[in-house]
Design a protein around this ligand. Structure first.
Ligand SMILES: Cc1cc2nc3c(=O)[nH]c(=O)nc-3n(C[C@H](O)[C@H](O)[C@H](O)COP(=O)(O)OP(=O)(O)OC[C@H]3O[C@@H](n4cnc5c(N)ncnc54)[C@H](O)[C@@H]3O)c2cc1C
Length: 341
């Protein structure tokens, strides 16, 4: 079976890997020279946090996330599997309790346990929730690894060749199926896709040390901080209903910095080494979907769950194309509205 994958964000790279591993002849067509700052996946925090995400996401995301973990742990570059710590200041303890009611698979930590886990947070938080089963990685390293592995798996890669609207409207070129993973650019066909803008910072300081993602609950500015190694920390991320992919506002930077400062005042002395932005591709219900139009399957709507959900969606796309397996509640045209379950 010949499969053409369009796009090399996390959805495209997971799909191409899955089809290639299942014996297909894969060609990847990418607008850019491999994964880079032009795709939304570049800006992700790289948190694999299915249990924390249950606070606001539907159970399907937890199922996809738990399943995707196995895919990521098979890679040479293993995710750092040392959990997520969720904290709140004393005045926001009701928020922490509410978070605990909406989620599972956590342990309730007191101040001493928080300090044991993250010594630099000693004395700063009286309570925390520890999700020991979660993991994180550096998304850019992982995208580059997947991209490099594809060649080893025999995939043909055509970079810097954005497919035109005319090509995309027709049948796949020299392939049995096309897997369209263009993210927000696929709005030309998937007209109910929208963007949810996310801004992020990378800070550098040797005055704070964290070993795992720390989420701060705050009524106005919830934030997470993901350690990136080399004294660097990703601070993210805003959630703004907007398709804007290239403009970071002063307000967002102020809010992210204030929240990082609230986690640890030493972030006030950190150097800002990067400011980034993109818009997450999302359907109205914020759930990802597979959709079909003729011999094209679209993997899209990954919203804030790209790394969590992409491997599970790629597996379902391959089951569908290679084994004709359909899923409960599936409506398999691009005009329908169906969910891969
Ligand atoms: C600040 C921020 C933090 C995030 N943190 C996390 C996180 O911690 N964990 C998590 O799971 N998710 C996170 N996300 C969400 C995640 O980044 C997205 O869900 C994911 O990147 C969507 O991936 P995608 O492959 O669908 O789209 P993209 O990554 O945008 O990829 C689309 C690809 O299609 C290509 N393309 C477009 N048009 C064409 C064309 N005509 N021809 C050929 N190629 C084309 C593009 O060049 C690109 O390679 C975060 C997002 C943001 C913005």
């Amino acid at each position: 079976m010949k499969v053409e994958v369009v796009g090399c964000g996390v959805a495209g790279l997971c799909a191409a890997t899955t089809f290639a591993e299942r014996g297909c002849e894969v060609r990847v067509v990418s607008k850019s020279d491999g994964p880079d700052a032009s795709c939304c996946s570049w800006w992700a925090g790289g948190m694999l946090a299915p249990w924390c995400e249950m606070e606001s996401a539907e159970p399907l995301i937890g199922i996809f996330g738990a399943e995707s973990m196995a895919f990521w742990h098979r890679l040479e570059l293993k995710p750092v599997a040392n959990g997520t710590l969720v904290v709140a200041h004393s005045r926001d303890l009701p928020d922490l309790r509410q978070f605990s009611r909406r989620t599972t698979k956590w342990d309730w930590f007191d101040a001493a346990a928080v300090a044991d886990l993250e010594p630099d947070l000693a004395g700063r938080f009286s309570n925390g929730l520890f999700f020991s089963g979660e993991a994180h990685f550096h998304p850019r390293d992982v995208l580059e690894l997947l991209f490099a592995r594809l060649e080893a798996l025999g995939a043909k890669i055509e970079v810097e060749r954005g497919m035109s609207a005319i090509e995309l409207a027709g049948d796949p070129r020299d392939a049995d199926w096309r897997i369209d993973c263009r993210g927000l650019a696929a709005r030309d066909v998937l007209t109910d896709l929208r963007g949810v803008k996310g801004e992020m910072l990378v800070l550098e300081t040797d005055e704070v040390s964290l070993s795992r993602p720390v989420r701060l609950l705050h009524p106005r500015i919830p934030v997470y901080i993901v350690p990136r190694g080399d004294n660097r920390f990703m601070v993210g991320a805003t959630m703004i209903e907007s398709d804007e992919r290239d403009r970071v506002t002063a307000r967002s930077v102020l809010e992210l910095l204030s929240a990082a400062y609230a986690v640890h005042p030493s972030f006030g002395e950190a150097e800002i080494v990067e400011i980034g932005v993109d818009a997450r591709p999302a359907y109205p219900d914020n759930l990802p979907r597979l959709r079909q139009r003729d011999r094209t399957i679209f993997i899209n709507g990954l919203y804030r769950h790209g790394f969590l959900a992409a491997p599970a969606l790629a597996r379902r796309a391959a089951d569908w194309v290679l084994e004709g397996k359909q899923f409960d509640g599936a409506v398999d045209t691009v005009h329908g509205d169906w969910r891969a379950a």
